[in-house]
Design a protein around this ligand. Structure first.
Ligand SMILES: [Zn+2]
Ligand SMILES: [Zn+2]
Length: 141
């Protein structure tokens, strides 16, 4: 499950084989701008390992540590690049995810255009989008 996939665009970005500018990179995660931004600032933080979706995460210390690290990197970038804005962080849940490689959406509000917020609403337990804090609660070991 965690092997790199040659067909996966996010795996290619994580291995820096694309022209995408990395805003952050370390041995576990990389961050970059969403190619189709929906907010004043819209970044993605992804694990270097190919983990398809939030459904592949569980109450395991390594999963919890990884998501905590992604969240922390996102918060650091948002406070650096958009200190005046309200920030939101979360994940799409299948089948609402666009790319099958786990990615944390990081937003500095406002959403642009405004209706775009609909894509990132948490819609209850079956919801399309889960806040980072909620996911961390769910996978606390
Ligand atoms: Zn991948
Ligand atoms: Zn997404």
């Amino acid at each position: 499950m965690t092997g790199a996939s040659a067909a996966c665009v996010f795996c290619q970005i994580a291995r820096a084989t694309t022209a995408t500018t990395l805003l952050h990179s370390d041995d576990r995660v990389v961050a970059f701008q969403d190619i189709n931004p929906s907010a004043y600032r819209h970044y993605l933080v992804i694990p270097v390992a190919h983990i398809p979706t939030v459904k592949d995460l569980d109450r395991r210390p390594e999963d919890f540590a990884l998501v905590s690290h992604m969240f922390q990197v996102g918060q650091t970038l948002m406070s650096r690049d958009a200190p005046q804005s309200k920030h939101r962080f979360g994940f799409h849940q299948p089948p609402f995810n666009s790319v099958d490689h786990l990615h944390l959406h990081c937003f500095a509000l406002p959403f642009i255009p405004k209706w775009k917020h609909i894509k990132y609403l948490s819609m209850g337990p079956l919801g399309g989008f889960i806040e980072a804090e909620k996911l961390l609660e769910k996978i606390t070991p």
